[in-house]
Design a protein around this ligand. Structure first.
Ligand code: AP5
Ligand code: MG
Length: 229
């Protein structure tokens, strides 16, 4: 009988894209479909702000302005999260890395774990769509499921499809002025990572102007090949 080596190494995926591109929306769907774990540095930082930790206190004002939090703080919250056992199957990095320094630190961090980046998906969207997407967004306070005033309403108004919760919330940085600063930060510091990952052959671009279900199907086709490999 011949033995077949089974690769059980975790799959690690990066979602790159400007504010409102749909990183969070798609990451939650990929979690459901593939059992990977969404790691959103935005969510981790908002958690730190809510908990009043030292990192949260330092990040709060920067996030409210729409600027990037320092690499040092972002890496500290990410490392803490990566130390938890539920990430064993693999991760969907949502909103990280966002600078060249973070990308280099991520390579080193994964190498220490005997892991690597398996794919980078760049969500392509037009800047003009971003303000509408972000200013219409709301999420369930209970489970974090994301919705939109025009593009993704819950089936029963005011009631979360996922958990039945009735408290919805909006983010403090989701206003037109801050979105513009966030977009500038994206173009200055994060968009250059598209070339960085394209040069390694790990990048795939997805048209994120399409309807949510179509974007999902395209993303699932990409991730399906990785998890089947
Ligand atoms: P973060 O929380 O990551 O915010 P962001 O990058 O600005 O991205 P968003 O969460 O706004 O957008 P998204 O792409 O997740 O879109 P979503 O799926 O919700 O970061 C916040 C702040 O934290 C940063 O500004 C920075 O200060 C700090 N920070 C975080 N990470 C950092 C890092 N690594 N380094 C330094 N600082 C960091 O979709 C948006 C809306 O559109 C939703 O309502 C959704 O329903 C709708 N929608 C989604 N897809 C579609 C579609 N295809 N068609 C129509 N509507 C759609
Ligand atoms: Mg998000």
């Amino acid at each position: 009988m011949t033995e077949t080596a089974v690769d059980t190494r975790p799959v690690n995926l990066i979602l790159l894209g400007p504010p409102g591109a749909g990183k969070g929306t798609q990451a939650r769907m990929l979690e459901e479909s593939f059992g990977l774990v969404q790691l959103s540095t935005g969510d981790l930082l908002r958690g730190a702000v809510a908990a009043g930790t030292e990192a949260g206190l330092a990040a709060k004002a920067v996030m409210e302005k729409g600027e990037l939090v320092s690499d040092e703080i972002v890496l500290a919250v990410l490392k803490e999260r990566l130390a938890q056992p539920d990430v064993a199957a693999g991760t969907i990095l949502d909103g990280f890395p966002r600078t060249a320094g973070q990308a280099a630190a991520l390579d080193a961090l994964l190498a220490e774990r005997g892991e690597k980046i398996d794919a980078v998906i760049s969500l392509k969207v037009q800047d003009e769509a971003m303000v509408e997407r972000v200013s219409g967004r709301f999420t369930c306070a209970g489970c974090g499921e994301g919705y939109h005033d025009s593009f993704k309403q819950p089936a029963r108004p005011g009631v979360c499809d996922k958990c039945g919760g009735t408290e919805m919330k909006r983010r403090a940085d989701d206003n037109a002025e801050t979105v513009r600063t966030r977009l500038q930060a994206y173009h200055a510091d994060t968009a250059p990572l598209i070339d960085y990952y394209a040069a390694r052959g790990t990048l795939t671009e997805v048209d994120a102007m399409a309807e949510i279900g179509r974007v999902r199907a395209e993303m699932e086709a990409i991730v399906g090949k990785l998890t089947a490999a």
